[in-house]
Design a protein around this ligand. Structure first.
Ligand SMILES: Nc1ncnc2c1ncn2[C@@H]1O[C@H](COP(=O)(O)OP(=O)(O)O)[C@@H](O)[C@H]1O
Ligand SMILES: [Mg+2]
Length: 323
C-alpha cells in the first residue's frame, strides 16, 4: 500500500493555502510533516482525508485515485489535534461509533474494540467519559479510534500537542512502535523538530504551503537545501554569521572548537543542560552558540574556530544553499 500525492494544491479565493505537494509514502514509512504554525500542515492532511476539496493535482492510495472520493469512501484513520472525542459518550461508545457507521456487526464490534483497548492499555477505562480521563489517556483513545478502523493510511495531526513535555516523552516510544507495527503509510504532523526526528523515518519541511525539502532526518540535518531547513532542525540552533558578499555562512554549535588563532569571542551567558552546557558567545561575526562538556569552566574571553568544510553557505536573498 502506498500514498501518492501528485502536485496537490488547495486554493481559497485567490490564495494558495498549499501548493505543489508531491510525495510518495510506502507502507513501512512514517513521514513527519513539520513546519511553523499556519504553514499548511493540517490542510495537507484534510486534503488527503477528503475533508477539504483539492484545487489541483491528484491523490492515490494503493494505486487508486481517490481525489474525488468522499471521506467515508477513503480508508483513512485520522487523529485530530483536538482529539475530537464526543464528551457525552464513554470510551467504548466513542470507539463503537465509527464501526456502527460502517455497519460492522455488534459481535465483531465488541471484539475489535476490546483488542484495541488492550493494545493501548485502556481496558479499565472503557466505561469512562473523556472528561474523566487524563490527557495521555484521551490521546490514546483518539489513537484507538483511528486504529480500530484498520485503515489503509494513517494521518496524525499533532497528536501529542495537548500533553505536557514529560508525558509526551513517555508516550513517544510507545507511539512510534505502534505506528511502525501497523505497516501502513503514515503522516505525522508536528511543529516540533525533535518529535519529527524521533518519530519518523522521513521528514518533509513545509513553509508557506510548500515542501522545501523531504529526506531522512540525518540527510536533512547534514545536507539542508536552504537556510530555513538548516535553522529548523537541530537544537541549539545553527549559528548564522554576519552576511558577506550576499552569502550567509552557517555553522552548527557542535562544530565550533576552541583555538587561540580563532575568532575572538566574549562569553555572554551559559546554560547547564545536565549532560552538556550551552555557551552564548558574542563576536564580530555575531552571537554564537556552542556546546561544551558540562565540567568546562569557560573564561570570559576566548577564541573559536571551525572547519570551513563543515560550514554551510546560503544566498542572502533567496536563502537557497550555495554549493
Ligand atoms: N477554510 C479556510 N479558509 C481560509 N483560510 C484557511 C482555511 N483553512 C486554513 N486556512 C489558512 O491556511 C493556512 C494554513 O492553515 P493550516 O493548514 O491549519 O496550518 P497548520 O496546520 O500548519 O498550522 C493558515 O494561514 C490558515 O489561516
Ligand atoms: Mg494544524
Amino acid at each position: 500500500m502506498t500514498l501518492h500525492l501528485q502536485n496537490v494544491g488547495r486554493c481559497i479565493g485567490n490564495q494558495w493555502i498549499v501548493r505543489h505537494l508531491a510525495f510518495q509514502i510506502g507502507n513501512d514509512e512514517c513521514l513527519a510533516l513539520v513546519g511553523p504554525s499556519g504553514c499548511g500542515k493540517s490542510t495537507t492532511l484534510r486534503l488527503i482525508a477528503g475533508l477539504d476539496p483539492v484545487s489541483e493535482g491528484s491523490i492515490a492510495i494503493g494505486g487508486h485515485d481517490v481525489t474525488k472520493l468522499t471521506p467515508a469512501e477513503r480508508s483513512i484513520g485520522m487523529v485530530f489535534q483536538s482529539y475530537a472525542l464526543l464528551p457525552h459518550l464513554s470510551v467504548f461508545e466513542n470507539l463503537e461509533l465509527g464501526l456502527k457507521i460502517r455497519n460492522v456487526q455488534c459481535k465483531d464490534r465488541s471484539i475489535r474494540i476490546q483488542r484495541v483497548l488492550d493494545l493501548l492499555q485502556l481496558s479499565d477505562r472503557a466505561s469512562h467519559r473523556p472528561a474523566q480521563l487524563s490527557g495521555g489517556q484521551r490521546q490514546r483513545v483518539a489513537l484507538a479510534r483511528a486504529l480500530i478502523r484498520d485503515p489503509e493510511v494513517y494521518l496524525l495531526d499533532e497528536p501529542m500537542s495537548n500533553l505536557d513535555a514529560q508525558l509526551r516523552e513517555g508516550i513517544r516510544p510507545e507511539l512510534r512502535r505502534l505506528v511502525l507495527e501497523q505497516q501502513k503509510p503514515t503522516i505525522y504532523v508536528t511543529h516540533d523538530q525533535h518529535e519529527a526526528m524521533a518519530m519518523a523515518n522521513k521528514i518533509a519541511i513545509i513553509n508557506h504551503g510548500q515542501i522545501l525539502q523531504l529526506d531522512t532526518p540525518i540527510n536533512l540535518y547534514k545536507n539542508p537545501n536552504s537556510l530555513f531547513v538548516a535553522q529548523f532542525l537541530g537544537r541549539p540552533q545553527i549559528n548564522c554569521l554576519k552576511p558577506s558578499d550576499n552569502q550567509i555562512q552557517a555553522i552548527r554549535p557542535e562544530d565550533l572548537k576552541f583555538d587561540d588563532s580563532g575568532l575572538p569571542c566574549r562569553l555572554l551567558s551559559r546554560e547547564w543542560l545536565g549532560n552538556t552546557q550551552l555557551l552564548y558567545l558574542a563576536s564580530s561575526e555575531g552571537d554564537l552558540r556552542m556546546i561544551m562538556d558540562p565540567s568546562f569552566e569557560c573564561p570570559e574571553r576566548l577564541f573559536v574556530r571551525w572547519d570551513p568544510q563543515k560550514a554551510f553557505y546560503f544566498d542572502r536573498e533567496t536563502g537557497k544553499r550555495i554549493p
